[in-house]
Design a protein around this ligand. Structure first.
Ligand SMILES: Cc1cc2nc3c(=O)[nH]c(=O)nc-3n(C[C@H](O)[C@H](O)[C@H](O)COP(=O)(O)OP(=O)(O)OC[C@H]3O[C@@H](n4cnc5c(N)ncnc54)[C@H](O)[C@@H]3O)c2cc1C
Length: 386
């Protein structure tokens, strides 16, 4: 087992990096940040054109049949460049489920458009009253002949205000045990009765609370069996739990190194001459390396046909908590100037320290909180009792 990239993967990574460097000039970075929306239509179309949208998908579905390492370096570079890909990722995640279990009618309607960047899909799992315990969803879908009538609300439906569809978890049988009375739907956002209201996060991201008031959709928008939603949801959560955030740490490290080696103290010495600065930077470098290796181990396991049941959550918890730790540590290291706002021209490193500190806090929450991930590691990884 080794986690160095093969020369052909390095070449592919460099190609991706060159594309991102020209597709994400400072104006795009600023527009994306000021809007709070991690999606940019032209940028997404550029990914499609280059084949970076779903590189490992089979060619007949619009992919390039690339291996898991190519897929991984694309993901790593997107994070390193802080590319606005959240809506592309959720779209690909749902498209992948439709590819696996969707009806042929659903595949025809969605897959082509999704892989071309013309159709986008947001995730509607969390509700105002339940997030970690997502199976407690109370949004109801009631069947009337061949139509479903949906009522309820979802919290943190990120990109729900611009997406074409919501991948919705709804309760279809309130009398069954909670995991057994759920069904998944693809709800067209243009349907009457759907509404999205803005919710802003500490890092300036726009997410939404979405409302479903007598939203009526045909049974053709159901994904999977009636009351079989938990199994369908499992396909997407498995993907989320295997995430790693090391490249965000790597970017923070680059900025910390740049600050330490290019700025000077009043006595003329560089910050990097200070042993405390070197100690903090070295710690961030070690945690970046561990985060990268934990994530790459998941890729390696997936390639061997193994499911990284505990290793995926380990990668998520370690890398996001390391990002939080390093962000705070580097703000202390740089001092009060580090809190000057992101994109403020006179802030050190254009305010990346401020932004990363605020951004890091959400990463331990979405895609499963650290507490939930630790429970998975304990119960499913180590076999400990509930
Ligand atoms: C910026 C952002 C974007 C998001 N985007 C989306 C999205 O696009 N679609 C979507 O559906 N959701 C999205 N989410 C929701 C996210 O997945 C949930 O916030 C997360 O799952 C936690 O749920 P909650 O907020 O209801 O917190 P809760 O579940 O209420 O948890 C509150 C606290 O209690 C802890 N806790 C809960 N249960 C347990 C337990 N059994 N054992 C130990 N501790 C526990 C949690 O770890 C947490 O610290 C997003 C969230 C954020 C912040």
């Amino acid at each position: 087992m080794h986690f160095q990239l093969e020369p052909q993967t390095v070449a592919y990574r460099d190609e991706v990096r060159a594309h991102l460097a020209q597709a994400l000039p400072p104006e795009v970075e600023e527009r994306v940040y000021r809007s709070g929306v991690a999606h940019d239509h032209d940028f997404a179309l550029g990914l499609v054109d280059k084949g970076y949208f779903a590189p490992s998908w089979p060619e007949e579905f619009g992919g390039q049949n690339r291996n898991a390492w190519d897929d991984q370096v694309v993901k790593e570079q997107m994070m390193l460049f802080d590319a606005p890909v959240y809506l592309s990722e959720t779209t690909r995640m749902v498209a992948s489920i439709i590819r696996q279990i969707g009806t042929s009618e659903m595949k025809d309607r969605i897959l082509g458009g999704a892989l071309k960047g013309d159709i986008t899909i947001a995730l509607g799992f969390t509700e105002p009253e339940c997030g970690s315990d997502v199976a407690a969803a109370a949004t109801k879908a009631v069947r009337e002949d061949n139509t479903w009538v949906i009522n309820g609300s979802k919290m943190f439906t990120t990109n729900g205000h611009i997406a074409d569809y919501i991948f919705l978890l709804a309760r279809t049988d309130p009398d069954k045990p909670k995991h057994k009375g759920l069904t998944m739907f693809l709800v067209p956002c243009a349907t009457e009765g759907f509404e999205a209201q803005a919710v802003w996060t500490l890092s300036g991201e726009r997410t939404n609370i979405t409302f479903f008031s007598d939203v009526r959709i045909g049974d053709e928008w159901r994904i999977g069996e009636v009351d079989g939603g938990w199994q369908v949801l499992g396909l997407s959560l498995q993907d989320e739990h295997a995430s790693g955030w090391g490249p965000h740490l790597a970017r923070l490290l680059e900025h910390a190194e740049s600050w330490a080696t290019t700025t000077r103290l009043p006595n003329g010495s560089k910050h990097i001459d200070n042993p405390d600065v070197r100690r903090r930077i070295a710690r961030a470098a070690m945690e970046t390396e561990v985060s990268t290796l934990l994530q790459r181990r998941c890729v390696w396991m997936a390639e061997q046909g193994q499911v990284p049941v505990a290793e995926g959550p380990m990668s998520k918890v370690f890398s996001t908590e390391a990002l939080e730790r390093a962000s705070q540590d580097i703000v202390e290291m740089v001092g009060p100037d580090a809190l000057r706002s992101y994109l403020e021209p006179t802030a050190p490193e254009h305010g990346r320290f401020d932004h990363t500190l605020r951004f890091s806090l959400g990463t331990t929450i979405y895609a499963g909180t650290s507490e939930v991930q630790r429970t998975i590691i304990a119960q499913r990884g180590l076999g400990l009792p509930r």
